[in-house]
Design a protein around this ligand. Structure first.
Ligand SMILES: Cc1cc2nc3c(=O)[nH]c(=O)nc-3n(C[C@H](O)[C@H](O)[C@H](O)COP(=O)(O)OP(=O)(O)OC[C@H]3O[C@@H](n4cnc5c(N)ncnc54)[C@H](O)[C@@H]3O)c2cc1C
Length: 374
């Protein structure tokens, strides 16, 4: 086992850290306050090649790998979890196409996504379910040389800005789901109300209606009925990256807590000198480190060409708990100031909670892990 990062990985980490500190961090509070999607930063992430790190150059990427992707994401999430989440969401159509698409689909769709010209999303969740594929009611009916899709998708991140979405719909009369690349400019693809969420604000999460949306058969990814397998494989990378969102947000909370504990005085001395505070800081650091290495290892396995469905569930379950626990401790270290809207800790607390919920709720990840164990 080699725990050292390569020269290239170190360089990417430092470039991303610089970008995050200078360009993302100053905007993080405003993104949260306004709830506006940070399109300028999304474009910048694309221009810097961060969207295509795991994919080969022939499909618009750089072939740097999943560890590199995770390292960059960690830096962005230390500054703003919403900005990091943009990268995570984009990986779902990228992975789906890369793993299951034809050569032609990779050229047409993956190249602009990985090259940062397009933004992509995922359309799985509906009003009645976000966890159960059997409850999906959006349908894909065969029509001419393609399919006609009808339904409604809930909580679609990036919806106001995305170019394409990897969308899951039930097959007509037969079991299983189909996975399609749907162009968001298609007739009948309508953006409805935004979903006002407590954290991850500014991610453009919205309700989308699909009324007779025509999709040519060339946009079907994989085989008919293979949709659920495609979903599990494609979102495993997003799950790993939500785990890294948890690490990033927790690291930010720890750094703020250290600064505050050195400055804030009680009983005539900095609170950092009090054992009660030291115990909290040590606990935060140890948990973050454990979560970080779980995510790094998951990315390493993906770089070895392995499926990470089990490992990404474990990493997400653990890192999201760490994020919630660490941001709660950070609130405690900050006392009443931690609750103030004008300071970042309360935002980190709200963002952290999101990691336990989206891209598979924790209970579902426990079921995935238990099924494998048993
Ligand atoms: C900010 C944000 C962005 C999102 N982005 C997207 C997106 O881009 N695309 C998309 O498709 N979705 C997206 N989602 C949806 C998200 O992934 C789902 O909300 C999430 O997976 C949980 O589904 P649910 O809300 O339907 O919960 P439910 O599945 O209804 O769960 C409700 C409760 O039942 C329990 N439960 C459900 N199933 C099980 C089970 N099998 N075992 C044990 N307990 C269970 C849960 O633990 C939970 O306590 C987003 C959500 C948010 C908040």
């Amino acid at each position: 086992m080699d725990f050292n990062l390569s020269e290239q990985e170190n360089m990417l980490q430092s470039l991303a850290g610089d970008f995050a500190t200078k360009e993302v961090l100053p905007k993080a509070a405003e993104i949260d306050r306004s709830g506006q999607f940070p399109i300028d930063l999304a474009r910048e992430i694309g221009k810097r090649g961060f969207q295509g790190l795991p994919y080969p150059a022939e499909y618009g990427g750089s072939g740097a790998g999943y560890v590199s992707f995770i390292l960059v994401l960690e830096q962005l999430c230390r500054a703003s979890m919403t900005v990091g989440a943009i990268m995570s969401v984009n990986t779902v159509p990228e992975e789906g196409i890369f793993r299951f698409g034809t050569e032609e689909q990779k050229k047409r769709f993956l190249t602009p996504l990985a090259g940062g010209e397009w933004l992509g999303g995922i359309g799985f969740t509906e009003a009645d379910t976000g966890s159960d594929p059997r409850a999906i009611t959006t349908t894909a009916r065969r029509s001419g040389k393609g399919f006609v899709i009808n339904g409604q998708k809930q909580f679609m991140a990036l919806a106001p800005v995305l170019n394409v979405v990897l969308l899951f719909a039930r097959r007509e009369k037969e079991a299983g789901l189909n996975a399609f690349i749907v162009d968001s400019s298609s007739s009948g693809f309508t953006l409805r109300e935004p979903c006002e969420t407590m954290g991850l604000r500014g991610l453009g999460t919205s309700v989308v209606y699909l009324d007779d949306v025509y999709v040519p058969k060339e946009n079907l990814i994989g085989e008919e009925g293979q949709g659920f397998d495609i979903l599990l494989e494609a979102i495993s990378v997003e799950r790993m990256s939500v785990a890294m969102q948890g690490v990033g947000v927790a690291q930010n909370a720890l750094e703020l807590s250290l600064d505050y504990a050195r400055e804030r005085k009680a009983m005539g001395r900095p609170i950092a000198r009090m054992q009660a505070i030291q115990q909290q800081l040590a606990e935060m650091a140890a948990r973050i480190e454990a979560a970080r290495w779980l995510v790094y290892r998951t990315a390493f396995l993906r770089d070895q060409g392995q499926s990470i469905q089990y490992e990404s569930s474990m990493a997400k379950l653990f890192a999201s708990q760490v994020a919630v626990d660490v941001t709660r401790m950070a609130m405690q270290v900050h006392g009443a100031y931690g609750t103030m809207k004008s300071l970042p800790v309360e935002r980190l607390y709200r963002d952290a909670k999101m990691t336990e919920i989206y891209v598979g709720i924790s209970e579902v990840h426990r079921s995935i892990i238990a099924n494998r164990l048993i």
